[in-house]
Design a protein around this ligand. Structure first.
Ligand code: FPP
Length: 247
């Protein structure tokens, strides 16, 4: 396998971990076994990302739409998140990983919110990498909450309506002070964003891989980094080679 070009490692990688259910179905297993296996892929990916020099890794763990799944599957997913935080928090803390949570925090059931807050609090001064867990997350909801905060400030007279700009919205999103993702990976062959980081993805490179999430590993991660390295990012401008010819 070709070695990684470390000069173009993305600062922020975000992942839509898709295909746990299909992975299990293919093997005649219950969907929850696919999610269990998915947690192993999470562990390997966190390690691989840290070693590659990625500074922010965002994982779409539970969407605001996932509440419509059967109660047994919701409980299984919440159980995995609980166990991940309880069992892996000490390791992540030792590895100097900071945990951040994005998503709607109101009305979360039971012990989930205190657990998420504890993970954020314990790791708040860590600096090696930030693991952002998108939980109860939906991009449109996040943008609506940011706009509501601005509307309240406008109504209170703190902000003039014509002073509202994109930067002001960015600073009120759950991802305020987290750079936009350079690379978004989605597994399972589906090619859409499904209400994930819609605002932040304006200039992200999108990489869709055919493998199901439980089969995602270090090799798959590095393959996505290689595809990213081969892309020509222009952010709406011209590539340097073209600029040299034109200019
Ligand atoms: C998509 O597969 C995956 C999810 C809805 C949940 C992802 C969660 C985990 C991997 C475990 C918990 C996360 C952490 C960070 C510990 P799907 O069920 O939509 O698969 P399908 O599309 O094949 O049905």
């Amino acid at each position: 396998m070709a070695s990684l070009d470390l000069s173009v490692i993305p600062e922020h990688v975000a992942i839509i971990m898709d295909g746990n259910g299909r992975w299990a179905k293919q093997r005649g297993l219950p969907r929850t076994i696919g999610h269990n296996k998915g947690v192993e892929a999470v562990r390997e990916t966190v390690k691989a990302a840290g070693e590659a020099g990625v500074k922010f890794l965002t994982l779409f763990a539970f969407s605001s739409e996932n509440w419509s799944r059967p109660e047994s599957e919701i409980e299984a997913l919440l159980g995995l998140l609980r166990r991940f935080i309880r069992r892996d928090l000490a390791d992540l803390h030792r590895e100097n990983v900071r945990i951040r949570i994005i998503g709607e925090r109101d009305n979360l059931r039971g012990d989930i919110l205190p657990l998420l807050l504890e993970a954020e609090e314990t790791t708040r001064n860590n600096t090696a990498m930030t693991l952002v867990i998108a939980f109860n997350y939906g991009s449109r909801n996040e943008i609506a909450r940011a706009v509501a905060k601005i509307a309240a400030d406008v109504a209170a007279g703190f902000i003039a309506p014509d002073a509202v700009d994109a930067e002001m919205i960015s600073r009120r999103l759950d991802t305020a002070d987290i750079p936009d993702p350079d690379l978004i990976i989605r597994t399972s062959g589906e090619e859409r964003l499904s209400n994930f980081l819609l605002w932040q993805a304006a200039y992200s490179e999108l990489v869709f891989l055919p493998c199901y999430w439980p089969d995602f590993d270090r090799q798959q991660f590095e393959e996505a980094l290689r595809i990213f390295a081969s892309r020509d990012r222009r952010f709406g401008g011209l590539s340097p080679a073209t600029t040299a010819v034109v200019g």
